[in-house]
Design a protein around this ligand. Structure first.
Ligand code: BES
Ligand code: MN
Ligand code: ZN
Length: 486
């Protein structure tokens, strides 16, 4: 992966990248002042290039200029738009993709530079992401980036935050992109164990099927019952000594979703290896919180199961007894996510008693129907908590939209044979799923947020810092939010 260093001045660079900002109606695009400034000769040359290079200064524009015999030998003009964090992220991603055989570059940042640095680093690391199994094919050549700033020591923490955020997002992408022939619940739990082993203050407990049965995790067992690879419940705890707030994160971890007996048609099933993107995001965010030593306790629950078709699979019409005793009637084995989440939420509320409870899940196709491919659907009864999370998600470069929890839909959750019906065919898909989950939040009902992130967990194309495939959605927003808690 890319090595990024902060340096106080350019060290005889081969390739120097200078930021460019848009002009106005009758002003051409202009060089962004940098600290320290490039030499007069280089500045004059770059300025003369601007009109010829036909740059608008829009974020992500890249123009290379060769200077035979010169130092630097190449000048790269990089559009950075408004110079805010999203535009620097976009510019960083474009830069990572631009030079096909560029191995080392030096980038000059504006004075101060914290916002630019964070955006640049996240853009570089996320835009250059390739899934590890296919890396041999097309990994970008860029290996080293020197970033010129006026105060390298003062910005070291910003670099660390950006790097950890991007690395954890890359981890979530790797986990989510991994094919389900590799990624069964046991494998996923093993990946968490390997990642957590680096941190002495992270505690991991993985429950196996026998323990799940002994403790009454009926939803996880029902959904995982049809698979040759048994379910697991991962519980990962970041518990810093100075923490005053305790957050529980829950992530849906279906390592493959066939739909079960209510089997999915081919087009709907083909990408269902991504149905653990919620678990990947909350685990990666927790590892990030530990790496950054955020002073907040984070316990993360990832119920892991493979929803398969077999003689041992659960059936439509079955009644499931969830952790804590609430029963649910299921009429569609494809509505499996809420069944495993119900157990984890009930366990969190009864046993962990946190201050705040947040779950992320690739829960319904209806998320994309309502909001398109780039917004998560966020639900909460707590306006402040919803606003805080939405703000963090937005600031981090992800997107979500708040959705309603209408009181008059609750009656749709009624069942003749159980406490609840898990997949009523009235109401709206993503909304009734959220209402079902809320039934398991007990005392934390008003301190709970659910995000249906089926849509933004995957990108069909290269878009700014997103690459094709898993996006790692949620890691960046969660880490920003956790960093605000005390
Ligand atoms: N994993 C799917 C939801 C999904 C769909 C995620 C598309 C990503 C992309 C979930 O388990 C599911 O099948 N949901 C059903 C619910 C229905 C049976 C009530 C759905 O959305 O159709
Ligand atoms: Mn399903
Ligand atoms: Zn699913």
């Amino acid at each position: 992966m890319l090595a990024i260093r902060l340096v106080p001045g350019p060290d005889r660079p081969d390739t120097l990248v200078l930021p460019v900002q848009p002009g106005g109606p009758d002003r051409p695009a202009a060089l962004v002042p940098t600290a320290p400034p490039p030499g007069d000769e280089v500045r004059a040359e770059a300025t003369a290039l601007l009109p010829v290079a036909r740059l608008t200064g829009e974020a992500g524009e890249v123009r290379e200029h060769l200077r035979p015999g010169g130092t630097p030998a190449r000048l790269v003009l990089l559009g950075v738009g408004a110079g805010d964090e999203p535009d620097w992220r976009r510019a960083g991603a474009a830069l990572a993709r631009a030079g096909k055989d560029e191995t080392r570059i030096t980038v000059a940042l504006p004075p101060g530079g914290a916002v630019a640095l964070r955006g640049l680093v996240e853009g570089l690391l996320l835009g250059s992401y390739r899934f590890r199994m296919t890396e041999a094919g097309g990994a970008p050549a860029l290996a080293e980036v020197d970033v010129v700033v006026d105060d390298p020591d003062g910005l070291a923490a910003v670099l660390a935050t950006a790097r950890t955020t991007a690395e954890m997002t890359r981890l979530a992408r790797d986990l989510t992109n991994t094919p389900s022939s590799v990624k069964n619940p046991e494998w996923f739990a093993g990946q968490v164990a390997a990642a957590a082993a680096d941190h002495p203050d992270l505690h991991l407990r993985v429950r196996e099927p026998e323990e799940l049965a002994a403790e009454g995790f009926g939803g996880i067992l029902a959904v995982g019952g049809g698979s040759a690879s048994g379910p697991r419940l991962v519980e990962l705890d970041w518990r810093p000594a100075d923490a005053r707030t305790h957050v529980v994160l829950v992530g849906k971890g279906i390592t493959f979703d066939t739909g079960g007996i209510s089997i999915k048609p081919v087009p709907a099933m083909k990408l269902m290896r991504k149905d653990m993107a919620g678990a990947a995001a909350v685990i990666s965010a927790t590892l990030g919180a530990a790496a950054l030593r955020l002073p907040v306790r984070v316990t993360t629950l990832a119920p892991l199961a493979e929803n398969m078709v077999s003689g041992a699979a659960f059936r439509p019409g079955d009644v499931i007894r969830h952790y804590g005793g609430t029963t649910s009637e299921t009429t569609n084995s494809d509505a499996e996510g809420r069944l495993v989440l119900a157990d984890a939420l009930a366990y969190a509320v009864r046993e962990l008693k946190p201050d705040l409870l947040v779950d992320l899940a690739t829960l319904t196709g209806a998320n994309a129907v309502a909001l398109g491919k780039r917004h998560g659907a966020l639900y909460s009864d707590n306006d402040q908590l919803a606003a805080d999370l939405l703000a963090a998600i937005e600031a981090a470069g992800e997107r979500a939209w708040r959705m309603p929890l209408p009181a008059d839909y609750v009656e749709y959750l009624g069942s003749d044979i159980a406490d609840l019906h898990s997949s009523p065919d009235r109401g709206a898909g993503s909304v009734v799923a959220a209402l079902f989950l809320r039934e398991f939040t007990g005392d934390l009902r008003d301190r709970w947020v659910h995000v249906d992130m089926s849509a933004p967990s995957w990108s069909d194309d290269v878009h700014a810092e997103l690459t094709k495939g898993a996006t790692g959605w949620g890691v960046r927003g969660l880490l920003r939010w956790l960093a605000t808690l005390r």
